[in-house]
Design a protein around this ligand. Sequence first.
Ligand code: ADP
Ligand code: MG
Length: 481
Amino acid sequence: MDLHDKYEAVIGLEVHAQLATNSKLFCGDSIAFGAAPNTHISPITMGHPGTLPKTNKKAVEYAIRMGLACNCEIEKENYFARKNYFYPDLPKGYQISQHTTPICIGGHVTIKTANGERNVQLNRIHMEEDAGKSIHDLDDDFTCIDLNRAGTPLVEIVTEPDLYSAEEAWQYVTEVRRLVRWIGICDGNMEEGSLRCDANVSIRLKGETSLGTKVEVKNLNSIRNVKKAIEYEIDRMIKLVESGGKVRQQTRSFDASNDTTFSIRDKEEANDYRYFPDPDLAPFHLTDQYIDEVRAALPTLPNELTKKYQSEYNLSAYDAAQLCDEKETTDFFASVLQHTDHYKSVANWILGPVRQYMNEKNIGYDQLMLQPVLLANLIKLVEDGKVNFSVASSKILPVVIEKNSSPLTVAEEMNLLQVSDSNELEAWVAEALQSMPDKVAEYKKGKKGLIGLFVGEVKKRSKGKADPKIVTQLLEQQLNN
Ligand code: ADP
Ligand code: MG
């Protein structure tokens, strides 16, 4: 029997998302990534005596946004607590966090699984400030410290132990990343550390209801690493238990060079952080009216929009999901639909030629200089049979984008409008049929499928300008006589 069938893995994830505010959680220092080390460190960030922090309202709004997007209950009475401990990159000697009163309680995130959609239960979403960064590989003898990041606002999104495989964890983090980007609270950039994940993993015998001892793998900085770390841990624990060992509660780290984890420390008992409410920060009360305002400003969420695209626009589940992968795509889709109601074609164009163009140029929607109305006009040219799809997508689209000019003008200037004038078409049809007498004979004997070949030949002779609908009609007339 496969040991993976004997045991069940249980996983809880803690995702830290850096909020995309301009300034820090308790002062005006910039949180921009990549600044010269230790340049965004006012006395408040440094925790100098006598300085007074103030709560960043935008950060609170963003945390509520995330809570609403995850169906959490929003806590109205909030305060920040000091979590005291020493760490070289924690200049104040304590981290300001929400201890027992997270701003968002409960809730869930919907993920895709092999058996359809499932809600992963959240425990909470709380706010806290980030620490600075210790850099161990810059100098041979010393650890360098960059405190720019200290005080950056974070939300920590904590699940219940409600994930059961590395694959589900992958889906969950992917969905959280899509959500934070969608609602604009975090850039979701894992390479730059804007989104980081700690994975708590345990195993138990299948059918068992109590939880096994967990380990926590810290600071996973890509979705791939989340998956690899969990896969490794499940395997390690199963082997350990099968050989008579016992899982020890540990904090572990992931080694991306060989996809393994290693122990950093054993967690013997709970730390005492001496939490107490920060006396320098006023508790804050949220009104129903304010929470409603934040809710009203939320965009339609991706899962809801995916369903809407299927029911209202009759798009396939696959196309709808592709469009809803990123908010920029759906925004562009919506703006093209202001000018045309060829829903299906617009979806095809966005997921096909437009995406291909962007991939080739390696650009995103922020750099795509394509006016939605021009794409709508181009689609209309194809729908009206004035140009064919392949010419429109490969030849006309790039010029429309680069010159920002009307598709019709471009088609005319490049001499790409389809010819539907029957004299010219008849000449091409005659030439094409003359060039393939054997095939014509076969067709006449009943091999009707050859019509495609003839149409292709006429297209070639016309350099793509012959309107295939009319060509087919003309060919059939000729051949059936
Ligand atoms: P800690 O005090 O060690 O931080 P918490 O109870 O706050 O532990 O839980 C942290 C995360 O670990 C949560 O996401 C929770 O769902 C998860 N978790 C807790 N116990 C287990 C377990 N036995 N197996 C897997 N995950 C767990
Ligand atoms: Mg923890």
